[in-house]
Every structure is written in structure tokens, then in C-alpha cells.
Design a protein around this ligand. Structure first.
Ligand code: NOJ
Ligand code: NOJ
Length: 461
């Protein structure tokens, strides 16, 4: 008990010390989905900042949540951290100069933590899913490796590199993130080279339960490699660029084989080797998350691809029927879980609840689908899909705590927030949904313009 109090004190103090420049509550009064999502950004960023570098952690560690017992989420999960930093990179360009400075500082802290854990000796090398907050290894039994993790870390580093290059910091980026001299540490290349060597291997899925080949992992591995190829090319590391590009292309046929023609949706796992034995359907919100986090906006499994549309519908349908709270037609949209057979409730296995981040994934997927339709001039259809997206955001808004904060799960019977509080990933998911709603996702576009070394000014672009 006294341990718990101490832990909470540490968090409280770090809260008081952390910068307040993003202060602003979540709008609770009636407003349109668009207004609500737009105005939520400062609150979501602040919530994320509260979970970065708590006082008893190394600078740049991102805790998955503050809860330390039953379950203990007080670790730096490489996937959650990567998703979170990727989301922050997407909102960076539109913030004020003061806020940008604060975000850059956070990012460079994150880079030093990433470099530290890349050097930590772990049981699975760079595929290790989580670390203690001082950067040391977590060596208890766990589902490992999880090879989506280094891919999400690389994606977050590259997306930040891209934003910083666009913002005039190319020199700093090359020195810290993509040095070409042999002796410097190379955080991005380390992860990309690991992916090149291991994407064919079986690993554990993003829910840390099943060993096999996973759609989610392969999608983010592909994106990491493609983004990496562009960045390598930009820094005139053409040999690496070629390798990353070639490997990304080699992943594509495997990804397409996850389409189950007979059942009419994309499955999450193939060549299953072990893990929980009650996961039969292979219907999984992880597929939608893979489409989102692996999205290169390059036409590969695009949002209006009938296979993608059918998969989103299959996922919604599975949960629509499953949860009591989805049977009340007074609440908008549907609450979405990880996969229909799920049992994990955070502290026990009596669960099988909807998850905040999975519900937001459907919203975001529909926003991107609406954008794709708009881009093709199908504006009427886009309006319909955009409205559907709004409904899933409204669902999360409905179940949120009164102060706007969000737990990992939503009780399937009562609708109250349950499992861990203030899951960092939730706030990243809301930021991403907002960016998708606004059509603001760039995904590596900033480095398309040329070579760092051939531009006239030092800024690169
Ligand atoms: C903890 C993991 O984080 C969670 O995703 C999983 O469902 C349980 N362990 C059971 O394996
Ligand atoms: C359990 C989730 O299944 C997993 O995806 C996540 O990385 C951890 N919790 C930490 O949030």
C-alpha cells in the first residue's frame, strides 16, 4: 500500500513539474464530432506528456500507463511508445513555436532512451517488447519476440526525422538519427536491419498472445522499410535504400495472402505456432490497426479496396452482436474489442471487453476511407462514410470519464471505463483519428523532395 502511495506521489510530482503549455480540458459540452476532436488535441498531448519521463524513470521512457499492480503497465512498451511518438510527430507542424520546442525536447529524450534500450542486453535482441523504465531488461517470462516493436520504433524515429527536416533541422537529424560515419550509433538503421533479417520469422502478435506470422507486424515492417528507404536515399545511403525497398516489396505478396477469399476478410495470423488456444475466428481489430499503422497511402491495400472495406465491416459486425452495450440504440456507433474470443480484462481473464483504441481504430479507418473517396470525387459516398466514422468517435466520447480521460477498456455490460486508466496509446489514437479526419497525414512525404547533400541550403528541403 505504501508502495502504491509512493508511486502515485512520484507521478503527481512529475505532473506538477511537467510543462503546462498544452493545458486545456476536453470539451464535455455538446459539440460536433469535428469540433470535439479538434479541440481535444491539447488535452491528448498533455495526457501523453504526463506518461513520458516520470521522475523515477530515465528521460525519454514512455510508460504504457501509470498502473503498477494488477496489471503492471509501468514499463516502456516499444510498440506503445512508437505509436505514441508517431502520433506526436503528426501534430508537430501545427503547434506554436513554444510547443514545438517542448515536443522536440521530448523527442530527443525519447531518442536517447531508444538508443539506450537498443544496447540493453535482452533475451530477444531488438525484438524485445518491453523494458523497465530505467532502460534495463525485463527478463521474466513474456511473449517474445514481438517483431512489430522495432518497426514501430523505426517508424516513429523516421516520421520525426521527416518533420524535423521539413522544419529546418536536417543537420541535427543526420547527426543523431542517420549518421553515415562508421563509429556513430545508428538507431534507425539498427531497427531496419533487424527487420530485414527477421520479417520472415514467427513472432508474437501485438496482443502478446499468439505466435505466428501476423498481418499487423508485416504491415508496420513494410512501412518502416519504405520510410527507411526514402530516408536512406535522402541521406545518400543508396545501398541501404535499395535493400529496404527490395525487402518491403518482398513482404507484399505475403501480406496479400492474409486475405481469406472464402470467408471474405483479411485474417490476422497465418502459420500459427502457439499461444492462446481459444482464438478461433482470426477476426481481429489488429488487422485494422495494421492497415492504419502500416498505411503508406501508396495504393497498397488502399482504404477503398473491397478487401479492406469487407474486413472493416467483418470486424464491426463481430462485436456489434457480441456486447450488451452494443444492443442499446440510444448510444451512437458500436464499441469494438480486440478479437471476439478475447478474455483479458486487465487484472483477470473474465473479460472480453471493448477497447477504446480498437473503437477509435474503426473511426480512423473510416476517416481515411472517406478521404480516399473524396480524392476520387465520390463526395456523396464520402459524406456517408465520414458520418460513420464520427459515430465511432462519439461512442468513445460517450463512455469516457467525465474529465475526458480514457481507460484501456469499456465494460461490455455496464459501459463504464475499466482496466488500466490513462493508457498512453488511447490519447495517441485520438490524435491520429483527428489527423485522419482532417486529412493531415503525411507519412514520409517531406523526404520525397530530394537529397540532403545536394540541396543548396543546409536545411535539406
Ligand atoms: C498481458 C498482455 O499485455 C495482454 O495483451 C494479454 O492479453 C495478456 N498478457 C494475456 O496473455
Ligand atoms: C496489452 C496490449 O494487448 C498490448 O498491445 C499493449 O502493448 C500492452 N497492453 C501495453 O499497453
Amino acid at each position: 500500500m505504501s508502495f502504491k502511495t509512493n508511486a502515485n506521489m512520484v507521478v503527481l510530482i512529475s505532473l506538477l513539474l511537467s510543462s503546462n503549455i498544452f493545458a486545456g480540458g476536453r470539451m464535455m459540452q455538446e459539440s460536433s464530432t469535428e469540433t470535439w476532436l479538434k479541440q481535444s488535441a491539447a488535452f491528448d498531448i498533455q495526457k501523453i506528456i504526463e506518461n513520458i519521463s516520470p521522475l523515477d524513470a530515465d528521460k525519454g521512457a514512455i510508460i504504457a500507463a501509470r498502473t503498477r499492480v494488477n496489471p503492471n503497465y509501468y514499463y516502456h512498451w516499444v510498440r506503445d511508445a512508437g505509436i505514441t511518438m508517431d502520433a506526436l510527430s503528426a501534430v508537430y507542424p501545427e503547434r506554436s513555436a513554444e510547443e514545438k520546442l517542448a515536443l522536440r525536447k521530448l523527442f530527443f529524450d525519447y531518442v536517447s532512451f531508444c538508443k539506450k534500450i537498443q544496447k540493453t542486453k535482452t533475451l530477444t535482441g531488438l525484438g524485445e517488447p518491453k523494458f523497465k523504465v530505467d532502460g534495463s531488461a525485463f527478463n521474466d517470462p513474456w511473449a517474445r519476440p514481438q517483431n512489430d516493436s522495432p518497426a514501430m520504433r523505426a517508424i516513429s524515429l523516421i516520421e520525426w526525422a521527416n518533420q524535423l527536416i521539413a522544419d529546418g533541422h536536417a543537420k541535427e537529424v543526420s547527426a543523431i538519427l542517420y549518421p553515415l560515419d562508421a563509429s556513430s550509433e545508428k538507431p534507425i538503421k539498427l531497427d531496419l536491419d533487424y527487420i530485414v533479417a527477421h520479417w520472415r520469422d514467427a513472432s508474437y502478435d501485438l496482443w502478446e498472445e499468439v505466435k505466428g506470422k501476423h498481418f499487423y507486424a508485416l504491415m508496420v515492417e513494410r512501412r518502416a522499410l519504405l520510410l527507411g528507404a526514402r530516408l536512406a536515399h535522402y541521406f545518400r545511403d543508396d545501398a541501404s535504400a535499395e535493400i529496404y525497398q527490395r525487402e518491403a516489396k518482398a513482404i507484399e505478396p505475403l501480406l496479400l495472402s492474409f486475405w481469406d477469399e472464402k470467408r471474405g476478410f483479411i485474417v490476422e495470423t497465418l502459420d500459427r505456432e502457439g499461444g492462446v488456444n481459444y482464438k478461433h475466428s482470426n477476426i481481429d481489430a489488429g488487422v485494422v490497426l495494421g492497415l492504419l499503422h502500416g498505411d503508406m497511402q501508396d495504393g497498397f491495400l488502399s482504404w477503398d479496396d473491397p478487401r479492406v472495406v469487407a474486413t472493416i465491416e467483418t470486424v464491426i459486425h463481430a462485436f456489434q452482436q457480441l456486447y450488451t452495450i452494443n444492443q442499446r440504440n440510444t448510444i451512437p456507433g458500436f464499441a469494438i474489442g480486440r478479437y471476439p474470443e478475447d478474455k483479458y480484462a486487465g487484472s483477470n481473464f473474465d473479460g472480453g471487453n471493448p477497447w477504446t483504441l480498437c473503437t477509435l481504430a474503426i473511426a480512423e479507418a473510416y476517416y481515411r476511407y472517406a478521404n480516399a473517396l473524396n480524392a476520387k470525387g465520390q463526395t456523396d459516398a464520402a459524406v456517408i462514410i465520414q458520418k460513420r466514422a464520427d459515430q465511432f468517435v462519439e461512442r468513445v466520447r460517450y463512455h469516457a470519464h467525465v474529465n475526458g480521460s480514457l481507460n484501456e477498456q469499456i465494460d461490455r455490460n455496464t459501459g463504464y471505463m475499466t482496466s488500466v486508466e490513462d493508457l498512453t496509446w488511447n490519447y495517441a489514437a485520438l490524435l491520429q483519428a483527428r489527423q485522419s479526419m482532417l486529412g493531415l497525414l503525411l507519412s514520409g512525404k517531406t523526404t520525397d523532395k530530394g537529397h540532403y547533400f545536394t540541396t543548396n541550403n543546409e536545411q535539406g528541403v
